[in-house]
Design a protein around this ligand. Structure first.
Ligand code: ASP
Length: 284
């Protein structure tokens, strides 16, 4: 018998300006619809989370790929990771310039299998050798980002369960506004901003330093092994991150039974998805 399918994606935690609500909700709904169609046609969870994150990366409403936030020098440097649940293979990249879909470079690092995490010029070299197209780094900067430079907006992520019961997670971000040159947050760090194993898949968003200090994605995965309830696990993890570090953010989660959950202590988090109990969102 085939497994139930489930998916949830996020477009980041933080406060979303009112005039962007509709566009963010529509973007998340569209990405979730792309993932649903793929899952229904039998695609693997890994292909689905990559496709959903790519969809969110090209959408300038979100802080990933096109639309990423600017660092202290006014440049875009992106981070991304992907993880396959059944075998815990993972790939991650950080501090990439001129790459519009970093999640696919992360996927390539994973498929290549020699390393898990590549950063900076070495990661760019890897992407070039693997045949990825580079764009003018300036083309990833939206006029809105240039203007706004100070407000936080959303990283993207997706977690999915496919018909064969396989789980996967992917996360992609431009980081935090005005970040120091060299700063890497939780999003490309396996076990911090992204995790998948045979039981759950998790993607986080928010103040990366807080998720790093609590290794939050792995923390939640371990908690799930005790409680087996995604909603309680997600909420307890965010509560833990908030109480230990004072940080803000949220996470999305799916388990192998086909249940999704989201939890946040930030003002908002854009999410959309579906599970065995029906549709979730799009909501803020
Ligand atoms: N967690 C990301 C980072 O710290 C930012 C975000 O989720 O908005 O790089």
């Amino acid at each position: 018998m085939s497994s139930p399918i489930a998916l949830i994606c996020h477009g980041g935690a933080g406060a979303v300006a009112r005039q962007r609500h509709q566009a963010c909700l529509e973007g998340a709904a569209r990405a979730a619809a792309v993932g649903r169609e793929l899952l229904e046609s039998g695609a693997s969870a890994l292909d689905v989370v990559e496709a959903v994150v790519r969809e969110l990366e090209v959408n300038p409403q979100f802080n990933a790929g096109h639309g990423s936030v600017l660092d202290e020098r006014g440049e875009v440097l992106v981070d991304a990771s992907i993880m396959s649940g059944p075998d815990q293979r993972a790939g991650a990249v950080a501090l990439l310039r001129g790459i519009a879909n970093p999640v696919s470079v992360a996927r390539r690092v994973m498929e290549e299998g020699r390393h898990v995490f590549l950063a900076g010029p070495g990661a760019e070299e890897f992407a070039r050798e693997a045949g990825f197209e580079f764009c003018d780094p300036k083309s990833l900067i939206t006029p809105h980002e240039r203007e706004r430079w100070e407000t936080m907006h959303g990283t993207v992520g997706a977690v999915a369960l496919d018909r064969e019961g396989r789980l996967a997670a992917a996360t992609s971000t431009g980081g935090v506004v005005g970040k120091h040159r060299g700063r890497v947050g939780d999003s490309p760090l396996i076990g911090c901003g992204n995790w998948a194993d045979s039981e759950v898949a998790i993607s986080c968003t928010g103040q990366g330093e807080a998720f790093l200090r609590t290794a939050l994605a792995k923390h939640a995965a371990m908690d799930y092994r005790i409680d087996s309830n995604v909603t309680r696990t997600a909420e307890a993890a965010i509560q833990h991150m908030g109480s230990v570090t004072g940080g803000e953010g949220g996470l999305i989660m799916v388990d192998r039974k086909g249940r999704i959950a989201r939890a946040r202590n930030s003002k908002q988090m854009v999410v959309a998805g579906f599970d065995v109990d029906g549709d979730v969102g799009p909501e803020l």
